[in-house]
Design a protein around this ligand. Structure first.
Ligand code: 3HC
Length: 696
């Protein structure tokens, strides 16, 4: 099989790229395309070329697997340039996704036509890059500076219809794409209607103030990420520099960023996200078919979960105990959709169609025919056990039963249902319709096809699924709880919550941990501490400050005060909290110390890495990269650091271990260095090289 083949349909050349799975622009494709340009140029009987792709998609970009290595063959700008300067007109026929370098090749063509369900985008920023083959210079020449700024800096994909409105696509082709594309090209050639290529057009006039405002917004939102800022710079340069200079600057930035620490970290995550879905033993397992979903509980979590399923096309029946609670839940879902419509994110008709798939009832019996039931009721073992016992009696045989518990023992809940083979945890993160992470919790008893169903459903919901073992807090909440404890020690020793929050936002988290605690509610953490009281190791240091805040009714945002006080929803540091901390410190006789931002960050990272090492050694997570995915997508760990374990590997485990030893000295009992971390550091090894639980 050749990566690029050439055939002729009369006077039209058909250039076909075939490089599974996503037609990435690997060396063979670049070489093949360049040869095709030359062959077509040399063939007097050919009037124009249609570029299309085999398989599921148009070219999805440069081959990410080639990055970090010596690039063989011609580079991509040479290929785009060759197409763009060829005397024969080219047309790109797009299906699936035209992304990154794939879209840049299409931008080198005279025309682009697309299947109605195609998507286009320049997602390079998500890999810590900017487009490197003309994207930042050619796109603004077609869609204007403002649109180009948005698309390149966000990396978002747009649907073919929007691309058509922007003239990024010249026609949408219903039916056979190849035939439609050939007909389109023939018609244009016959009419002699050959427009200038993107490279030959000027950047259309634009509103200076609006552009400056957009660029400022991009810089503000970047939060430590270099790529969006550089992407915006490069797009802006298109307005002032001649094309050749703009292209040269773009390429230089691309090459520099490709070798950057941020790009390496984001590449790690790209592959980690895809690896997470691969679970040993499930390769050949066929998931159960899920057509109808039941959600029990119409609170914040339940409604978010219902929306996630409705968005993915599932009919959903939501169950609540009372008509009032049901009405509140329905209203919340309607509000969420109205909000999307108002912000122009969803069409009115589509919102109505999604709502039409929703049914509500107070009778769990209505779920008798459901294929999957997700429970999202009050976090209480007795309440949930009673519910699952009932579901076990009424659901159809083979229905998959899931709990959204964040801390409870999934195996015990599975036993309560009397259907442990059909039972698993689906731990969504709030807001469940927005957050991309889903922990899929397995027990010893779950049937392989039920676990596979959890993963398949996650994919359909557009979630990144990570399989977790059934331990307290699974992967994420377990690490987060340990991290919280270690930060509380710092707090009692002298770092105030606002300084800690500032240090962690400077590190790259979107919110500081104490602001997050306020958001999730201090009572949630209190309940977890109470649950843990029975198993807490004797002599473990315990910080009472959050308990005192709870006693004072400061439960976080929902009560208008927690670690912060809230005025009109705005968080402000509160001297009353500092007084509570100072009083407790005096009572304990703890001398006040001061901590730099770097010390706080090192302490926090040490906490995450140390607990992650235990989670790994216990087999709660399958692999280190799964933990990185969980922390980045569920807890706001800065993506450009690649996750705590990737970062630890980058820094060197001996250095991280030194931080852990310092952290353990502060925490005492229960904070000791994890044996796996100690062992890897001793061997001079890394988490990335760790071969699995057995080798620990
Ligand atoms: N290079 C190499 N491999 C790639 C790839 C790429 N650009 N894109 C996807 N793959 C691989 C994946 O790793 C995966 O491999 P695996 O089966 O061994 O795990 C396989 O293709 C399928 O990928 P997905 O599981 O993601 O399949 P989906 O159907 O869910 O999604 C997709 C397809 C939308 C194309 C998605 O893979 C994607 O977004 N890819 C990345 C696209 C991208 O970032 N392009 C820009 C690259 S940088 C660039 O072009 C620089 C240029 O400006 C010079």
């Amino acid at each position: 099989m050749t990566a690029v083949s050439l055939e002729q349909d009369g006077d039209i050349a058909i250039v076909r790229v075939d490089n599974p799975p996503v037609n990435a622009l690997s060396a063979a494709v670049r070489t093949g395309l360049l040869e095709a340009v030359r062959t077509i140029e040399g063939n007097g009987r050919i009037e124009g070329a249609v570029l299309l792709c085999a398989g599921r998609t148009f070219m999805a970009g440069a081959d990410v697997r080639e990055f970090g290595k010596e690039l063989p063959g011609p580079d991509l700008p040479t290929v785009v340039q060759a197409i763009a300067s060829s005397p024969k007109p080219w047309l790109a026929a797009i299906h699936g996704t035209a992304l990154g370098g794939g879209l840049e090749v299409a931008l080198g063509c005279h025309w682009r036509v697309a299947a109605p369900d195609a998507r286009l985008g320049l997602p390079e920023v998500k890999l810590g890059l900017i487009p490197g083959a003309g994207g930042t210079q050619l796109l603004p020449r077609i869609v204007g500076l403002e649109r180009a700024l948005d698309l390149v800096a966000s990396g978002r994909q747009i649907e073919a219809a929007e691309a058509r409105e922007l003239d990024l696509v010249d026609a949408l082709i219903e039916g056979d794409l190849r035939e439609g594309a050939i007909a389109f090209l023939r018609e244009r050639l016959a009419a002699g209607a050959i427009p200038p290529r993107a490279a030959e057009r000027p950047v259309p006039p634009f509103d200076q103030t609006a552009v400056a405002k957009l660029a400022a917004g991009i810089r503000r939102r970047a939060r430590g990420l270099e790529a969006p800022v550089q992407a915006a710079e490069s797009v802006l340069a298109a307005a002032t520099l001649p094309l050749a200079e703009g292209l040269a600057c773009e390429r230089a930035t691309f090459l520099r960023l490709r070798e950057s620490a941020q790009a390496k970290a984001l590449r790690h995550l790209f592959f980690a996200e895809r690896e997470a879905a691969k679970v040993p033993g499930l390769e050949a397992v066929v998931p159960r078919e899920i057509r109808h979903v039941g959600v029990i509980g119409a609170g914040t979590m339940g409604t978010g979960i219902a929306i996630a399923f409705l968005d993915a096309g599932y009919p959903v029946t939501i169950v609540e105990t009372s008509a009032e609670a049901l009405a509140r839940g329905r209203a919340r879902i309607e509000e969420a959709y109205q909000g999307l419509v108002k912000r122009g994110r969803l069409g009115q008709a589509e919102a109505a169609a999604r709502l039409a798939r929703l049914e509500g009832t107070s009778e769990p019996e209505a779920l008798a025919a459901a294929d999957l039931v997700v429970e999202a009721v009050f976090e209480d073992m007795a309440v949930k056990s009673a519910l699952f016992a009932h579901l076990g009696r009424i659901l159809r045989p083979g229905a998959v039963i899931a709990t959204n518990t964040s801390y409870l023992d999934v195996a015990a809940l599975a036993r309560a249902s009397s259907r442990p083979r059909d039972f698993l945890g689906l731990h969504f993160f709030a807001p469940a319709n927005v957050m991309r992470l889903l922990e899929v919790v397995r027990t010893d008893k779950v049937a392989p096809e039920v676990l596979a169903t959890g993963l398949a459903v996650a994919r359909k919901l557009g979630k990144i699924a990570v399989v977790a073992g059934n331990g307290d807090g699974f992967i994420g909440n377990r690490i987060w709880a340990f991290y919280r404890r270690q930060l509380e020690y710092l707090l009692e020793d002298g770092a105030d919550p606002y300084t800690i929050d500032a240090a962690m936002t400077a590190y790259g988290f979107p919110m500081g941990p104490f602001a997050v605690f306020d958001l999730s509610g201090l009572d949630i953490a209190l309940a977890q501490r109470k649950r843990r009281a029975a198993t807490r190791p004797a002599g473990e240091r315990y910080v009472r400050i959050p308990d005192i805040l709870c006693e004072l009714g400061r439960l976080g945002r929902k009560t208008g005060a927690g670690w912060y006080r809230y005025t009109d929803g705005r968080a402000e540091p509160d001297p009353a909290v500092l007084e509570v901390i100072a009083a407790e410190r005096t009572r304990r006789g703890t001398p006040q110390q001061s901590f730099t931002a770097e010390a706080i960050q090192a302490h926090a990272r040490a906490a995450m890495v140390n607990e992650a090492a235990r989670v790994l050694a216990e087999g709660i997570a399958l692999r280190p990269s799964d933990i990185d995915v969980v922390l980045v997508h569920g807890y706001g760990f800065p993506s450009w650091r690649g996750g705590p374990l990737f970062e630890a590997d980058t820094i060197g485990l001996d250095r991280v271990l030194a931080d852990v030893v310092a952290m353990a000295a502060v925490g005492g009992v229960g904070s000791e260095p994890a044996p796996l971390l100690v062992e890897l550091a001793r061997r001079g090894s890394t988490f990335g090289a760790w071969a699995g639980k057995e080798s620990a």
